[in-house]
Design a protein around this ligand. Sequence first.
Ligand SMILES: CC(C)(COP(=O)(O)OP(=O)(O)OC[C@H]1O[C@@H](n2cnc3c(N)ncnc32)[C@H](O)[C@@H]1OP(=O)(O)O)[C@@H](O)C(=O)NCCC(=O)NCCS
Length: 182
Amino acid sequence: MTTLVAAEAASPQHDGQPNVRLATPADDSFVEDLQAIAFGPGRFARTAFRVRERFPIDPGLSLIAEVDGTPCGSVWMTPISVGGMKGYLLGPLATHPNFRKRGAGKLLAREVSKLALSRGEGHFVLLVGDQDYYCPLGWEITTPGNIEFPGPVDTSRVLLLAEDKSLAKSLKGAIAAFDAGQ
Ligand SMILES: CC(C)(COP(=O)(O)OP(=O)(O)OC[C@H]1O[C@@H](n2cnc3c(N)ncnc32)[C@H](O)[C@@H]1OP(=O)(O)O)[C@@H](O)C(=O)NCCC(=O)NCCS
């Protein structure tokens, strides 16, 4: 049983540990405020933001982390395709500064990826982020320049999680709509 399913089945934990649940429309203002705190006004200029402008996030893959019933973190996923293969772009991932270093960020990244890939439609979870944070969770460095974003990106931060361990090196193409992939 995943932590997400366990979290839904159980009453809220009160042990100071983060758990995750699906986001609802009632979380919208929390998420908006959190992203403003975590990324500042520059967030709208980020290349990953441009991807999300073109292709909508999937609300069914929007998770909230809570500690003792208080929302403290959020993650979104955008269904995309690259080179004709379906997958997901993870982000933004953010934890409120008052709740950092309790494992909420890594729990959100793991659980949203597990949930997305368990649908059996997409084959990878792509993101732009720090290797030191994501590689211990299973993300791998991609071949620089292979994956084309709609804007400038630091290629050393383009990371991919997939069951097929050759995919990080071989996936190639422009980011396109989910429906354009197989
Ligand atoms: C990055 C972020 C989501 C981490 O959230 P969190 O809930 O504190 O994460 P966790 O508790 O799961 O992990 C914390 C650990 O990761 C480390 N860490 C945090 N950010 C890191 C980074 N960018 N690179 C490497 N390690 C990082 C912390 O130092 C901590 O290490 P420790 O466990 O040895 O003390 C949070 O700091 C945040 O919202 N930052 C601003 C937005 C952002 O940068 N998002 C990521 C975009 S890719």
